[in-house]
Design a protein around this ligand. Structure first.
Ligand code: NDP
Ligand code: HSE
Length: 434
């Protein structure tokens, strides 16, 4: 059987997960692809850092250049993270003609165009299944499975940490900080976890999916992002009473002016009748609407050592087969096939809204609020004033019809300054998946 040597950079949560998965299923993989993959070296930062699975000391080095420079290493994994040294590591391996497998969505999102160009130039491929949604083979599905579709819409719960936090806040009324610590302890969160809770990890993944689906690179700054830091159990409870669950959703939608797309990440009220409302804990799901295939759904663990290792092994099989057959992947990792692609500016993004106001309990308040919305041509779909509240202010919940983001933000700015409004208005978008 053909033998190939793997050089790994990074032996932490994901890296040690890959090492362990290869020990467990390396023979199975070899039987399936006809190539035996041997781990030759694993570069880490320090030998005695704790890692979820043990890596024998004799395989480890603290000098990553030993991995890329070793003539016996034919495939390299970058499982370090970050956008600085990791980029140097990948480029160094590609320049030596070695295919690279990465899980680094932050790096890809920011420098994807440059890295794919470097891969094309070197003739070695760059594989990135593990960069989006852990164990779910969504990159392969979009790249190969849906190669004959235009992707009209894509909705994803793509951050395991946020979904874990939101699930436990809803289920147990748990405290945000306590659940975040738990997510960190289980190896789900990024370092620092702000990347997760401020929505940037989801931004990176949504950008990669948007780029792959639409053939032009969508950079992080072009994506409208809000995280989950400001969400309260109160809003989670009101949403529940209205028949919704709050999820951090990454969305990519074709507008009526294709090749224009709307790309965003924000907490969203998802109707409880929609399948995405029932994706809980660290699980991720991506709902893809293709113009030929119709609606499809992908579901699985979005983070953690083993789920992510599964995606790396899939890339490893592709890389090994490409080397064995001296070919590139059938469908290239990323093709810039759309020259006129445009991302809708954030103020033009259209959605429906849930708004919670804290107002004085007096007649005439609603008239003042609706006058401002009316001037901005924003329609009110329903108004709810939950009973049983006493004190200087009471909650007033408005469900608004679809309107552009900029118009709603400006109107809420004015409403927030009304003397009858006692706190900054809370606004969460609503999605009906039409
Ligand atoms: P960890 O922090 O657990 O692991 C990082 C690894 O990189 C460690 O082994 C560390 O060494 C090593 N490292 C750091 N600096 C260097 C260096 N200069 N030279 C050599 N090795 C170095 O991170 P994760 O495994 O969680 O994440 C790795 C990548 O995978 C990131 O891009 C992340 O975004 C991505 N990812 C993570 C997922 C998850 O669930 N955790 C899921 C999907 C993607 P040492 O062990 O000595 O500290
Ligand atoms: N921190 C990421 C998450 C890891 O929670 O989804 C998986 O990419």
């Amino acid at each position: 059987m053909q033998q190939l040597n793997l050089g790994m950079i990074g032996g932490g949560t994901v890296g040690s997960g890959v090492f362990h998965a290869l020990q467990r299923n390396g023979a199975l993989l070899a039987a399936r692809i006809g190539v035996q993959i041997n781990v030759r070296k694993v570069a880490v930062k320090a030998f005695d850092e704790p890692r979820p699975y043990t890596i024998p000391r004799k395989r480890m080095t603290t000098d990553w250049t030993e991995v890329v420079n070793d003539p016996q290493v034919q495939i390299v994994t970058e499982l370090v993270g970050g956008t600085g040294l990791a980029k140097t590591m990948i480029l160094a391996a590609l320049q030596r003609g070695k295919p690279v497998i990465t899980a680094n969505k932050a790096l890809l999102s920011q420098h994807g165009e440059e890295l794919f160009a470097a891969a094309r130039k070197s003739g070695a491929n760059l594989y990135y299944e593990a960069s989006v949604c852990g164990g779910i083979p969504i990159i392969k599905a979009l790249r190969e499975g849906f190669v004959g579709n235009r992707i009209n819409a894509l909705y994803g719960i793509v951050n395991g940490t946020c979904n874990y936090i939101l699930t436990r806040m809803k289920r147990e009324g748990a405290d945000f900080d306590v659940v975040l610590k738990d997510a960190q302890a289980q190896g789900y969160a990024e370092t620092p976890p702000d990347l997760d809770i401020d929505g940037h990890d989801a931004e990176h993944k949504t950008g990669i999916l948007a780029s792959l689906a639409h053939g032009f690179w969508v950079k992080p700054g072009q994506i409208y992002v809000e995280g989950i830091r400001h969400l309260s159990t109160l809003d989670i409870q009101y949403a529940e009473q209205l028949g919704y669950t709050i999820k951090l959703l990454g969305m990519v939608k074709r507008t009526g002016r294709a090749p224009e797309i709307q790309v965003s990440v924000y907490p969203t009220l998802v109707p409880n009748t929609h399948v995405l409302a029932n994706v809980n804990d660290v699980f991720n799901a991506v709902f893809v609407r293709g113009d030929v295939v119709g609606d499809t759904l992908f579901y699985g663990r979005g983070a953690g050592k083993d789920a992510t290792a599964s995606a790396v092994l899939s890339d490893l099989a592709d890389a090994a087969l490409d080397l064995k057959q001296a070919s590139q992947l059938r469908v290239p990792p990323f093709v810039a096939c759309e020259r006129n692609g445009r991302v809708v500016p954030r103020d033009e993004i259209v959605s429906r809204y849930f708004v919670r106001l804290s107002v004085v309990d007096k007649p005439g308040v609603l008239a003042k609020v609706s006058a401002i919305l009316g001037q901005a041509k924003i329609g009110i779909a329903s108004v709810i004033q939950p009973e049983g509240h006493k004190g200087v202010s009471v909650p007033l919940i408005l469900m608004l019809h679809a309107a552009p983001n900029g118009a709603v933000a400006r109107a809420l700015g004015k409403i927030g300054k009304l003397p009858v409004v006692k706190a900054k208005p809370v606004m969460i978008r609503v999605e009906n998946f039409d």
